[in-house]
Design a protein around this ligand. Structure first.
Ligand code: FRU
Length: 467
């Protein structure tokens, strides 16, 4: 075992930082957040030998995008997560600028991580290696080194391997940028996880009728659900619509027909995966009972993030709740996992005009709201949901200049399931047909208040903290 120079610094940083983060009124009561420092993508989400493991991009030393390690949590029930030893630290030549995102597989009982070793050069430019690491007897991970160099025809932006097994072979989707600076998803195959063959470009900008669709596609994930195959991806640089793809970097999916033999994916248009202000780099896995589960980063890599007030408390960002995916007519639906119902305290109800509804403590809360709209939900005067006949509009003040910014879900909403934590709101629309995930930073105790002439029926529950 080689000795780590980063580990003592990480330990010190957590010892000093965690008490401060836990005292912050914006620190989540039941979502995953970093003990200290910055968290971004979920990585290596897997159910392995009776426990769920969730790794994550983590800078334990500060709130900037540096020193990317893989943090590690595990859980038996997807509610109570325990910290595990930091899994990967950027200490080798081939991952010195960051152990970037990737996935985990069960290789004949050996928990194996596939990640990107990112290398930035002093004179500018970068390269990337796809690397392996395996779990050791102490629960830590031993690096096995790079197994895929930069493929020819692509820039140094090749990363985020998502690996799965099908029959006797391993397959990988990999985010990439070609030399014309178009975002792509590559498909690779291997017999043993060590030797990989590039099968081709599966989807991307300029392919499959998409036209110009961004300069880099990050964090791909491919899986079959029902009759369709879905490719989740984060296409950077996609053109904004009036109401869709408004975040600096969006998260999207394609659905269609996938052929492993021909390495092809025939798909339709790009759909936005979440219409809120913060949602990026989601990753999925299968539970033991066959559910396709998804967790995302409730953040967006944009300039505004450093203005979030938690930075002053030494931490930034959190995960979404874990969601179960289903499909209707080729569209992906997301709903909170049923395990979350175990956090519900006593049920309360209200039915009547929005103007007569009571204010509700928003700190850690689940709401089920049925209505035909014409009402407003005000979250601590910081986030306002306008529920109109044919549209939901979520308004939030910019942390940069105080202007109100809006996000939209177009269509008739009949029922909303809303999950609130100290500084986040996830709004599930029409049983998962749409989702809006957003952070917000109210003064606590913050209330949700209702107003408007519309009628509504609300069932609500305080949620027990579980972190
Ligand atoms: C997405 C991403 C990935 C990369 C990681 C680095 O948020 O940019 O493409 O692997 O974050 O932290």
């Amino acid at each position: 075992m080689t000795s780590s120079t980063l580990l003592p610094k990480i330990l010190l940083s957590v010892l000093k930082g965690q008490p401060k983060a836990l005292q912050d009124s914006h620190y989540p009561a039941w979502h995953l957040a970093p003990a200290t420092g910055l968290l971004n993508d979920p990585n290596g989400f897997i159910h392995f030998q009776g426990r769920f493991h969730l790794f994550y991009q983590w800078n334990p030393l500060g709130c900037q995008h540096n020193h990317k390690c893989w943090g590690h949590w595990s859980s038996a029930d997807l509610l109570h997560w325990q910290h595990e030893p930091v899994a990967l630290m950027p200490e080798e030549e081939y991952d010195r600028s960051g152990c970037y995102s990737g996935s985990a597989v069960d290789n004949q009982g050996e928990l194996t991580l596939c990640y990107t070793g990112n290398v930035k050069f002093a004179e500018g430019g970068r390269t990337a290696w796809q690397c392996l690491a395996v779990q050791n007897a102490e629960g830590g991970f031993d690096k096995l080194g790079p197994v895929i160099p930069l493929p020819e025809g692509y820039t140094g932006h090749v990363r985020d391997p998502k690996v799965w097994r099908h029959e006797n072979q391993w397959y990988m989707v990999l985010g990439a940028q070609d030399l014309a600076q178009r975002g792509k998803v590559l498909l690779l195959r291997s017999d043993d996880l060590h030797h990989w063959q590039l099968l081709g470009e599966l989807a991307g900008s300029g392919l499959g009728g998409l036209g110009e669709a961004g300069y880099m596609w990050e964090c791909p994930d491919l899986f079959t659900l029902g009759a369709d195959t879905f490719l989740i991806c984060c296409p950077q640089g996609v053109a904004r619509d009036a109401h869709r793809f408004l975040n600096t970097h969006p998260s999207a999916y394609l659905s269609g027909t996938f052929s492993l033999e021909q390495a092809t994916f025939k798909h339709g248009a790009l759909h936005e995966l979440d219409a809120g202000f913060e949602f990026y780099a989601p990753q999925t896995t299968l539970s033991a009972d066959g559910r396709r589960l998804l967790v995302g980063w409730m953040g967006v890599p944009d300039g505004e993030e450093m203005r979030q007030p938690t930075v002053a408390q030494g931490w930034i960002h959190q995960m979404t709740c874990v969601r179960e995916l289903s499909t209707h007519n080729g569209k992906l639906y997301q709903q909170p996992i049923r395990e979350l119902q175990a956090l519900r305290e006593d049920e309360q109800c209200f039915a009547g005009r929005a103007d007569d509804a009571p204010g509700i403590d928003a700190r850690s809360l689940e709401l089920l709201v049925e209505s035909k709209g014409e009402l407003k939900l005000n979250f601590g005067d910081t986030l306002i949901l306008h529920w109109q006949k044919n549209q939901l509009r979520l308004d939030r003040r910019s942390l940069e200049n105080g202007e109100w910014l809006s996000r939209y879900w177009d269509g008739e909403a009949n029922v909303l399931q809303i999950l609130c934590d100290s500084s986040s709101v996830e709004i599930f629309i029409n049983e998962g047909a749409g989702v809006m995930s957003s952070r917000y930073f109210p003064s606590h105790p913050a209330q949700i208040t209702f107003s408007g002439s519309g009628e509504l029926r609300v069932q609500y529950w305080s949620l027990r903290p579980c972190m």
